[in-house]
Design a binder for this molecule. Structure first.
Ligand SMILES: [Fe+2]
Length: 372
């Protein structure tokens, strides 16, 4: 049955009340909603398999339609970017689709008096989230980044920021633990999305100084790597040109879960994640090991370089914020990443690294600087 839930705002975040739960509407990767100035979510249409449809209204009157996944995270604002299965489901349930007769569907009845979001107590970031660094140190890190597409910054976070993240970012919603597409990692709870978004904003200038370029923030979220987490080698999707991992907790004390990076440069033609499962096939000479302790940060071009972790076999609790940025530009103007029509948008899985390199040979830079 199709029903419409009204959206409501609390502290600049938007929610819908569904029976006895309150759900926050989130951006892709559980980050902030990608709202432009003047736009407000007003209603969410529920009941179409695989998708929830959001209606937005601009303060000057125009309306817009966005599409959310079953996890209430933003998928796209483009009808053409939906998967064929979702488009079929929408056409079956909504006779006039892509027009949507919003008034035709019953409103989810909710006792407004009890509508209150269930949020964790507000956590506040300290004034200083990153340690101060000299101009010379920044210049050296920037030079390494430009030459290698990756960089490690030791002791990036202040002890105060580490303490707030450790105490306030929770991982109690166990919905992604058994998800192979999330590599059996655990995502942060929705209630912590705001704090992580604030950290992303607070660190924006630090990253621009680190890379020496202007950036746009895309998704940010926290991940907990526990026993059985297994981050297979993969290239990221089009929304995460630059990835960074900020480790803030590791237990037992000194536990390690290094990131590995294939230094070969891939001119990635895919829009979605591409996974190459074959860790052992990657030439050892190509591999950079980025080993982070709490407070350390690693950044890398995740669409250009295959990256992975080893499977966690013993007991481990390794937590990190993953903050992503885009740096696409034309004529000095930053351009938001978006799916391009006509370019395949499927998740791609490949078994053999050797076969991958041979099939995609035209999409790699020639070997250099010690990698093949
Ligand atoms: Fe990645």
């Amino acid at each position: 049955m199709l029903q419409v839930a009204e959206c409501f705002c609390d502290s600049n975040d938007y929610y819908v009340r569904l029976c006895d739960t309150t759900v926050q509407l989130l951006g892709s990767g559980r980050g902030a909603l990608p709202l432009q100035e003047g736009w407000v979510p007003v209603a969410l249409l529920l009941g179409v398999p695989g998708v929830a449809v959001l209606r937005l209204r601009h303060r000057n009157g125009p309306t817009a339609t966005w599409y959310f996944g079953p996890d209430f995270c933003f998928m796209t604002h483009l009808h053409d970017a939906l998967t064929p299965a979702v488009r079929v489901a929408l056409r079956e349930k909504l006779p006039a689709f892509p027009e949507i007769e919003w008034e035709r569907y019953p409103k989810l009845s909710v006792d407004r008096a009890i509508v209150r979001p269930q949020l964790t107590p507000a956590a506040v970031l300290p004034l200083s989230v990153v340690n101060e660094r000299s101009a010379g140190e920044f210049d050296e890190l920037s030079r390494f980044w430009r030459e290698n597409d990756y960089v490690v910054v030791r002791k990036a976070l202040t002890p105060e920021a580490i303490a707030v993240l450790t105490a306030s970012v929770t991982f109690e919603d166990r919905d992604s633990v058994d998800d192979p597409r999330q590599f059996y990692r655990v995502h942060n709870d929705r209630s912590c999305a705001k704090l992580i978004a604030e950290l992303h904003v607070a660190m924006h200038g630090f990253y621009e100084r680190l890379f020496g370029i202007a950036l746009q923030r895309t998704a940010a979220f926290a991940m907990r790597y526990i026993q059985n987490s297994d981050l297979l080698p993969h290239y990221d999707n089009i929304f995460t040109a630059i990835s960074s991992t900020i480790c803030y907790h590791s237990a037992p004390n000194g536990a390690q879960s290094p990131l590995y990076l294939d230094r070969a440069k891939f001119l990635n033609p895919h829009q979605q994640r591409l996974t190459v499962k074959d860790r052992v096939g990657i030439p050892l000479v190509n591999i950079a090991k980025l080993d982070l302790q709490p407070g350390d940060l690693a950044a890398f071009r995740g669409r250009t370089h295959l990256h992975w972790r080893e499977a966690v076999e013993g007991q481990m609790d390794y937590r990190a914020v993953l903050a992503h940025f885009a740096d696409a530009e034309y004529n000095g103007k930053l351009l938001a990443p978006k799916f391009v029509q006509g370019v395949p948008r499927d998740l791609v899985d490949i078994d053999s690294y050797q076969e991958f390199r041979e099939v995609y040979a035209s999409y790699f830079e020639r070997s250099g600087q010690g990698w093949v």
